[in-house]
Design a protein around this ligand. Structure first.
Ligand SMILES: Nc1ncnc2c1ncn2[C@@H]1O[C@H](COP(=O)(O)OP(=O)(O)O)[C@@H](O)[C@H]1O
Ligand SMILES: [Mg+2]
Length: 204
C-alpha cells in the first residue's frame, strides 16, 4: 500500500483529437496554477514516439507507453498535473484524481479537423472515435465511475463553464485532502455526504 502524498490533484483531460483538450488544459492551468502536462511535448522532448508506417499518416507517432510513464511518474507523484492526451488508460489510477472526457458534436468536430488539414482517412477515423465514444469507454473501464466526467466543448461559453466547474472541484479536493496531504479513511456514509456536496457530480 502506498500512501498518497500529493496535496494538489492530478487531472486527465482526454478526448478525440480536436474536441478541445488543449484549450481546456491551458485555460485551467492559467486559472489554477496547476501544471499543463502536454503529453505531445513530453513525447517530443524525450523522443519516445516512433513514426507509424502508415503512408497516409506519417505524422502520427506510436508512443512507448512504459517509457512515457517513466518520464512523467515523478511529476504525477508530486501532483498538480493537468494531463492533456488523447488516451487515458495508461495512467495508473492511484495517481489520478479526476478524468475529464471532452466531447464535441459531430459537425463542429468535423469542421475543426478539416481546418487542421486532416486527410479524409484520418478525419473519418477521428469522427468514428468520437461517435463510438471510444475515450469515454476507455475512461470508464480504467477508472472508478465517480472519477469520470463528460464535458461538452462546442462553444467558448462551455469552456468557461467547464473550467469553473473543475476549479470548484479542485477547491473541494484540496479541502478534503487537508494540509497533511493524506487521504483520510472515510466511511461510506461520509463519502456519500461529500458526494452530495460536490458540484462536479451534481446534475450529471
Ligand atoms: N468549446 C469550444 N468553443 C470554440 N472553439 C473551440 C472549443 N473547443 C475547442 N475549440 C477550437 O477547436 C480547435 C481544437 O481545439 P484543441 O484544444 O486544440 O483540441 P485538442 O487539444 O483536443 O486537439 C481549436 O482551434 C480551438 O480553438
Ligand atoms: Mg491538443
Amino acid at each position: 500500500m502506498s500512501t498518497m502524498t500529493r496535496t494538489s490533484p492530478n487531472i486527465i483531460i482526454t478526448g478525440t483529437p480536436g474536441v478541445g483538450k488543449t484549450t481546456h488544459s491551458e485555460t485551467l492551468a492559467q486559472r489554477t496554477g496547476l501544471h499543463h502536462l502536454d503529453i505531445n511535448d513530453v513525447v517530443k522532448k524525450h523522443n519516445i514516439g516512433e513514426s507509424s508506417n502508415d503512408p497516409d499518416d506519417p505524422n502520427t507517432k506510436i508512443v512507448d507507453e512504459d517509457r512515457l510513464l517513466d518520464c512523467i511518474e515523478n511529476d504525477l507523484e508530486d501532483g498538480g498535473q493537468i494531463i492533456d492526451w488523447h488516451a487515458c488508460d495508461l495512467f495508473p489510477p492511484r495517481l489520478i484524481d479526476l478524468v475529464c472526457v471532452v466531447r464535441c458534436e459531430n459537425k463542429v468536430l468535423y469542421d475543426r479537423l478539416k481546418k487542421r488539414g486532416y486527410g479524409e482517412k484520418k478525419l473519418q477515423e477521428n469522427m468514428d472515435c468520437e461517435i463510438m465514444e471510444v475515450l469515454l469507454q476507455e475512461a470508464r473501464e480504467a477508472y472508478d465511475d465517480e472519477m469520470v466526467v463528460e464535458l461538452r466543448s462546442e462553444s467558448t461559453e462551455e469552456i468557461d463553464a467547464n473550467v469553473e466547474r473543475i476549479e470548484q472541484w479542485i477547491k473541494n479536493w484540496k479541502k478534503d485532502h487537508g494540509k497533511e496531504g493524506k487521504k483520510e479513511v472515510q466511511t461510506q456514509s461520509e463519502q456519500d455526504k461529500k458526494d452530495e456536496d460536490d458540484p462536479m457530480f451534481l446534475h450529471g
